[in-house]
Design a protein around this ligand. Structure first.
Ligand code: CP
Length: 306
C-alpha cells in the first residue's frame, strides 16, 4: 500500500489500513534511533518549516529532530519575531515562505482548522501538529505505536482516557484512532469536562475514576488545559485531585500489567503523582522517543523519500 494523501490533517479521515501502514513504516525509523549514527540521507535537499503559533516542547523538537535525522533542512518560525505582528495574514505568511521553495509545513495553531486552510491553499504537504481542541494526529499515531509496541496489539484492549476530554485534541485523535483499530475506549472526567454527545463515537463515559479504570490495559492521563479556561470548569485543583488523580491505591483495580500514558506536559501532583509518572508502569518517555520515529515516517511518506 501507499500513503496517497497530500497532507496529514487528522485521524478522523484515515482508514484503519492507512493508520496501520504509518505505524508499520515507523518501525524501521524507530530502529535507526538505536544506531550510533542516527541519520539517513532519505530527505536530503528537502526543507521542512515548523510554523508553531502555540507553545510546544515535545512536538516541535520531535519534528525538528525527525527532519534532521532524515537529512532535511529545518526552518523554525517564531510568531513573536515575525511580520504577523505587523498585520500580515497567516496565509500570506505561508505563501511567502513557500515562495522561498520549501517542501513541507508543520503547523500548530490555537484555532481549529488552521492547518486545513493552509493545506487547501498551498500545493505542498501540510502536517497538523495540533489545531485548538480539534486534532493532534501525530500524537495519536505515536500513542498507537507505543501501545502496539508494548502490548503487541491494539484490537480488543480496554483503554481509559482520563482528564480534560472536552478541550483535548489528543483525546479526540486517540478516540478516532483507537476506535478504528478496534480498542474499547472509556472516557473519564467531571461532567463539565466531557463534550456533549461524545458517546456517539462509540466510547463509554464514566464520572468515577475507580469504575473507569477497572480491568483496563492502558490508562491515558490528560492534564487540565488551564490556558483554554474561560471560567473555571473544575472547582479547584484540590477537588480535581481528590476524585480524578491516579493513585497507587486506585490503580489496583486495573489489570496487573496496566500501563500509564500521558502526552505531556504532566502537571505532577494533579493528574498523576510523581511515583506513578516515573514508576514501572509509566511509558511516558517511550511515547516521546516513538514520537520521533512516527514523525520521521510521516515526513518520509509525505515527501516521497528514497
Ligand atoms: N504532547 C504535546 O503535544 O506536547 P507539546 O505541547 O510539548 O508539543
Amino acid at each position: 500500500m501507499k500513503y496517497e494523501r497530500k497532507d496529514l490533517l487528522g485521524i478522523e479521515e484515515l482508514s484503519a489500513e492507512e493508520i496501520n501502514f504509518i505505524l508499520d513504516t515507523a518501525v524501521s525509523f524507530r530502529e535507526i534511533l538505536e544506531r550510533p549514527i542516527k541519520k539517513v540521507p532519505t530527505l536530503r535537499g528537502k526543507t521542512i518549516v515548523n510554523l508553531f503559533f502555540e507553545p510546544s516542547t515535545r512536538t516541535r523538537m520531535s519534528f525538528e529532530l525527525a527532519a534532521k535525522r532524515l537529512n532535511a533542512d529545518v526552518l523554525n518560525f517564531s510568531t513573536s519575531s515575525s511580520s504577523i505582528l505587523k498585520g500580515e495574514t497567516l496565509l500570506d505568511t505561508a505563501r511567502n515562505i513557500l515562495a522561498m521553495k520549501v517542501d513541507c509545513f508543520v503547523i500548530r495553531h490555537s484555532a481549529p482548522g488552521t492547518p486545513h486552510i493552509i493545506a487547501k491553499n498551498l500545493s505542498i504537504p501540510v502536517i497538523n501538529a495540533g489545531d485548538g481542541a480539534h486534532e493532534h494526529p501525530t500524537q495519536a499515531l505515536l500513542d498507537l505505536y507505543t501501545i502496539r509496541e508494548r502490548k503487541g496489539r491494539i484490537k480488543g484492549l480496554r483503554i481509559a482516557i482520563v482528564g480534560d476530554i472536552s478541550r483535548s485534541r489528543v483525546a479526540r485523535s486517540n478516540i478516532w484512532g483507537l476506535s478504528k483499530l478496534q480498542a474499547e475506549v472509556r472516557l473519564c472526567a467531571p461532567p463539565t469536562l466531557i463534550p456533549p454527545r461524545i458517546e456517539e463515537t462509540g466510547t463509554q463515559v464514566f464520572f468515577s475514576l475507580e469504575k473507569a479504570i477497572k480491568n483496563v490495559d492502558i490508562i491515558m492521563m490528560l492534564r487540565i488545559q488551564k490556558e483554554r479556561d474561560k471560567g473555571s470548569l473544575v472547582p479547584s485543583n484540590a477537588e480535581y485531585r481528590e476524585f480524578f488523580s491516579l493513585t497507587e491505591e486506585k490503580i489496583k483495580v486495573a489489570k496487573d500489567d496496566v500501563l500509564i500514558m500521558h502526552p505531556g506536559p504532566v502537571n505532577r501532583g494533579i493528574e498523576l503523582p510523581t511515583a506513578l509518572a516515573d514508576g514501572q508502569r509509566s511509558i511516558i518517555l517511550d511515547q516521546v522517543t516513538n514520537g520521533v520515529a512516527i514523525r520521521m515516517a510521516i515526513l518520509y511518506l509525505l515527501l516521497g523519500g528514497k
